[in-house]
Design a protein around this ligand. Structure first.
Ligand code: NCD
Ligand code: ZN
Length: 346
């Protein structure tokens, strides 16, 4: 059992950094949690749909913490054109995120059918931009089957997309079926896994709103498939925290017409938490691949010589903060008040 671990420049390939007061509270937590690269989700209100909006948002994030490398994304919507994709690529925007309509926070403008986007996908393939898929579809009231369902490629038809070179990431896999579907794909398809889905199952979020996120955590066998693919050190599965802060009030109160907000907040403890969880299922030796190398390789952001910005973790029993607050914003982190076995020392 090591007492210290060094990880070169950890990278979080799926994070929600919000804007305004919440951004001021949560953006510094990327670095606090051990990360120097943040792949930033575009589901603001209004969503980030153009290059100009993404660059403006990036400047806001840099003004809060200039030490993080922010990789920006656009929100797939009818506003997005092939010309805009070319412009986005030239401006350094890394990907396009597709949300099915209505499944999660700020997804009312999400997509219903992929075919109308084929010209956009063709442009993305040509300029080599990544397509990020939120792999859920809205529940069908007739069967209510999607509450514990997480669609895989066959469900949304991506296997039939005529874009063999388009790089695709299935975001936040939660089921054995999703893991198997990604494994069966070729080198252009990868998959993010969150830290919290390595810990939670259905029983943990039913009745515990701070553990409620989309997609919801599934059954123990699904969690085991996520853990196993990390133990295997599979290079197309890597960390994307889906850290998604919501004000305490939005998480802790619901009304007859409004449920609580979906999202689990892991940013401020992300690397220690990931180390803690990986060690709990015998995969601590895979931390470097899972939290740094594999995602960087897929996104072509590999570290150059002399660039490694290592983060050092040491053993501890420190408790995670109960909450974080600042002027006009507050949030409860995952694992609040509980001990983690690792802390960042430098
Ligand atoms: C995310 C959010 O709050 O922005 N919520 C979540 O439960 N994951 C949206 C998302 O990524 O689905
Ligand atoms: Zn997300």
């Amino acid at each position: 059992m090591p007492d210290a671990i060094t990880i070169p420049a950890p990278a979080d390939f799926h994070v929600h950094l919000r804007h305004l007061k919440m951004a001021h509270l949560v953006v510094p937590h990327v670095r606090k949690g051990g990360f120097s690269l943040a792949y930033v989700m575009p589901n603001l209100n209004p969503p980030i749909t153009t290059t100009a909006m993404a660059l403006d948002y990036k400047a806001q994030l840099q003004a809060i913490d200039p030490s993080v490398d922010y990789l920006m994304t656009l929100y797939l919507s009818p506003d997005l054109t092939p010309d805009e994709i070319v412009k986005a690529k030239q401006a350094g925007i890394a990907g396009v995120k597709s949300y099915p309509r209505g499944v999660t926070t700020n997804s009312d403008g999400g997509i219903e059918s992929y075919e109308m986007y084929f010209p956009v996908f063709e442009a993305m393939q040509r300029v080599d931009m990544v397509l990020n898929l939120h792999g859920e579809i809205p529940s069908d009231p007739a069967t209510a089957s999607n509450f514990l369902h997480f669609v895989v490629f066959s469900d949304i038809g991506t296997e039939h997309l005529p874009f063999p070179r388009l790089r695709i990431v299935l975001e936040h896999a939660t089921t054995r079926a999703a893991v198997e579907a990604v494994k069966a794909c070729g080198p252009t398809v990868a998959c993010t896994i969150t830290a919290h889905h390595l810990a939670l199952t259905v029983d943990d979020w039913a009745g515990q709103s701070f553990h409620f996120c989309k997609p919801v955590a599934k059954y123990p066998d699904d969690r085991e498939a996520l853990r196993q693919v990390i133990r295997e050190g599979h290079p197309r599965f890597f960390l994307g925290s889906d850290s998604a802060p919501h004000p305490i009030e939005a998480k802790s109160t619901s009304t007859p017409t409004h449920g609580c907000a979906a999202g689990v907040y892991t940013s401020p403890v992300l690397l220690p938490l990931t180390a803690h969880l990986l060690e709990s299922f015998g995969a601590l030796d895979k931390l470097e691949g899972f939290a740094s190398t594999f995602g960087r390789r897929f996104y072509q952001r590999e570290l150059q010589a002399g660039q490694s910005q290592p983060v050092v973790l040491q053993r501890t029993k420190e408790l995670v903060a109960e909450k974080y607050e600042a002027e006009g914003a507050d949030v409860v982190p995952f694992w609040a008040g509980k001990p983690l076995d690792w802390q960042i020392v430098s």
